[in-house]
Design a protein around this ligand. Structure first.
Ligand code: GLN
Length: 319
C-alpha cells in the first residue's frame, strides 16, 4: 500500500493521531528559535509558543493536534487564492504578461526586480510585488464589487462562509504598508497594474488580513490537491490551474527559502507572516500548520520542522 493510501485508511486513525501528537510535541522547542512578526503592529500580539496542525483528506476525515482553534491572519497564503482566481478568470498567458513564474532569492518584500530596468516584471506571484500585480486583475465594476468577488473566492476555497477580515490588522497593514505602496506605483509606471493603485493596495491589505484557522488552510490545500473534491463543489478551480498553482508553490511558496524547504519536504507549500503554512499532497490531502514564531525570511520555524517530520514519516514527498 502506498503511503497516501495508508493515510486515507480509517483503521489507521489512531496511529495517525498519535504520530501527529508526537510530531507537534517534538518540534515545539523550535518556536524558541524565531520571533513573531512585528513590522505590522497588529501581528505583535501573537503567542510565539503556539504550534498546531490540521489535516483534511478527501474522505472528509479531519485530524488536529496542538493549538488549532486560534484565528490568525492568512497573510501571504492569500497569494495562492488570488493566483488561482486570476488564472481561472484570465488564463495563464494574460497573467504571465503581469508576473513572471521564476523563483526568487530576494526577500518577499523585495522591490529589486521591478526596480531594475532589465527585469521589470515581478519574479513570481508569491512575493508581494507579484501579488499586488495579480490583485489588479480582480474583476468587478466597483471597489465594493471587487472586494465581494475576492471574499467569495476565499469562502469557496475554504468552504467557510464566516470568513472575515481582521480590521485591526488591516488598519495596521495600511498604516505601515509604504514599501508595498512604492512597489505598486512602480508596477503601474511599468504597465503591470491595471486600475486605481490605492484601490488595488487596499484590496491587497484586506486579503492579507483575512482571519483563518488551521482547518481553513487545510481546506485550501485540499482544493489544490483533490480534483474530485473540487468538482463535487462546483469546480472552484480547474485541474490545470491547480497543477500550475501547486508548481508555483513548490518553486516559490516559501520565498527565498523555497529551494531548501522543497528539498527537505518535497511538499508544495505557502507560508505567511501570520505564522501559517498551507500545503497539500496530491491528490488526497490538505494540510494547515500554525506557528507564529518566524525565521528571518518570514517562515514559521517550528511549522517547517513539523512538515519536514510529517513528510519523512509518512513519505509524502511529491518527487
Ligand atoms: N501583509 C504582508 C506584507 O505585505 C504579507 C507578507 C507575508 O506574509 N510574507 O508584507
Amino acid at each position: 500500500m502506498n503511503t497516501v493510501d495508508y493515510l486515507l485508511q480509517d483503521e489507521n486513525d489512531l496511529h495517525i493521531q498519535a504520530k501527529l501528537d508526537e510530531i507537534i510535541e517534538r518540534n515545539r522547542r523550535y518556536t524558541k528559535d524565531g520571533a513573531v512578526a512585528t513590522y505590522i503592529p497588529g501581528l505583535r500580539k501573537a503567542n510565539r509558543d503556539d504550534l498546531g496542525i490540521c489535516i483534511v483528506d478527501k474522505n472528509k476525515r479531519i485530524f488536529t493536534s496542538g493549538v488549532c482553534d486560534k484565528k490568525f491572519t492568512i497573510q501571504s497564503i492569500s497569494k495562492v487564492v488570488l493566483l488561482s482566481m486570476a488564472l481561472m478568470e484570465h488564463g495563464f498567458d494574460y497573467v504571465h504578461t503581469k508576473v513572471g513564474f521564476e523563483p526568487s532569492d530576494n526577500p518577499f518584500n523585495s522591490i529589486v526586480t521591478i526596480g531594475n530596468n532589465d527585469v521589470k516584471k515581478p519574479s513570481n506571484p508569491m512575493i508581494n510585488s507579484g501579488a499586488i500585480a495579480i490583485t489588479s486583475l480582480i474583476k468587478g465594476d466597483t471597489y465594493e464589487e471587487k472586494e465581494a468577488n475576492m471574499m467569495a473566492y476565499f469562502k469557496k476555497f475554504t468552504a467557510n462562509n464566516d470568513l472575515k477580515i481582521n480590521y485591526n490588522v488591516y488598519m495596521s497593514e495600511r498604516s505601515t504598508g509604504d514599501r508595498n505602496r512604492a512597489m505598486a506605483y512602480l508596477l503601474k509606471s511599468h504597465g503591470f497594474l491595471d486600475g486605481n493603485v490605492d484601490e488595488i493596495l487596499d484590496l491587497y491589505f484586506k486579503q492579507c488580513s483575512i482571519e483563518v484557522d488551521v482547518k481553513d488552510l487545510a481546506m485550501i490545500g485540499l482544493n489544490l490537491a483533490d480534483q474530485e473534491f473540487i468538482n463535487d463543489r462546483g469546480c472552484v478551480i480547474s485541474k490545470d490551474v491547480a497543477r500550475i498553482v501547486r508548481t508555483v508553490m513548490f518553486l516559490c511558496g516559501m520565498y527565498d527559502g523555497s529551494g531548501e524547504f522543497a528539498l527537505k519536504t518535497g511538499l508544495p507549500s505557502k507560508s505567511g507572516v501570520g505564522g501559517g503554512i498551507m500545503t497539500c499532497v496530491s491528490d488526497a490531502v490538505g494540510i494547515g500548520v500554525f506557528g507564529p514564531s518566524l525565521d528571518e525570511r518570514g517562515n514559521s520555524v517550528a511549522g517547517m520542522k513539523v512538515l519536514e517530520d510529517l513528510s519523512r514519516e509518512f513519505d509524502l514527498s511529491a518527487i
